[in-house]
Design a binder for this molecule. Structure first.
Ligand SMILES: Nc1ncnc2c1ncn2[C@@H]1O[C@H](COP(=O)(O)OP(=O)(O)OP(=O)(O)O)[C@@H](O)[C@H]1O
Ligand SMILES: [Mg+2]
Length: 177
């Protein structure tokens, strides 16, 4: 069964916060974001352990046409690449010991490609983010609830949020068909 994020918790300017009630809803939110990507988007995922960052990335991968069973957080290599409708570059900076170590990753090369780059724990090295990026915070909101706030920083990410929000509204109107 397909789940859809139940409701918009808050909308402030171009920022939108969603509340999800299950991992399936967070996955569905990610999938919609992935479907709405046009290429060259950079998405930063910020949130504590178990907040659902990787869950959102799996959904995003599905929305980009990447087989989701392949998607696991990069641990030692730090960046995984997947082929899909658009390429997905998935980085996880959790294990980054020192801020300087990020310089050796070549993340800038990824953030300048036509694919979609997603960086978990991007707050560990915010300097690698291009000017235009979508900053997403995930927080525990009691039990299985999560608050997922989308903060577009730049025109490209604002367009992504607008397209994804329109899709989500359409999905809740049609019951997700
Ligand atoms: N609403 C929800 N959204 C996302 N995950 C949820 C939700 N409710 C429960 N969960 C569970 O929380 C866990 C989220 O794990 P996930 O690996 O996605 O977190 P993470 O933010 O990537 O953590 P880490 O920083 O440790 O990598 C999963 O076990 C998932 O089933
Ligand atoms: Mg993770």
């Amino acid at each position: 069964m397909t789940s859809y994020p139940a409701r918009v918790a808050k909308k402030v300017g171009s920022a939108v916060a969603w509340e999800t009630a299950s991992a399936a809803e967070t996955h569905a939110l990610g999938r919609t974001l992935g479907e709405a990507c046009a290429g060259r988007e950079v998405i930063a995922l910020i949130g504590p352990l178990g907040a659902g960052k990787t869950c959102l990335v799996r959904g995003l991968a599905e929305g980009l046409g990447v087989p989701t069973h392949l998607v696991a957080s990069p641990t030692f290599v730090l960046i995984h690449e997947y082929a899909g409708r658009l390429a997905l570059y998935h980085a996880d900076l959790y294990r980054l010991e020192e801020r300087d170590a990020v310089n050796g990753l070549g993340l800038e090369e990824y953030t300048e490609t036509p694919g979609v780059t997603v960086i978990e724990w991007a707050d560990k090295a915010p300097g690698v983010l291009p000017r235009d990026h979508l900053w997403i915070t995930l927080d525990h909101a009691g039990g299985d609830r999560r608050r997922v706030a989308l903060h577009p920083r730049g025109a490209r990410s604002a367009e992504l949020v607008a397209r994804a929000t329109a899709r989500l509204a359409e999905q809740s109107r049609t019951g997700g068909a």
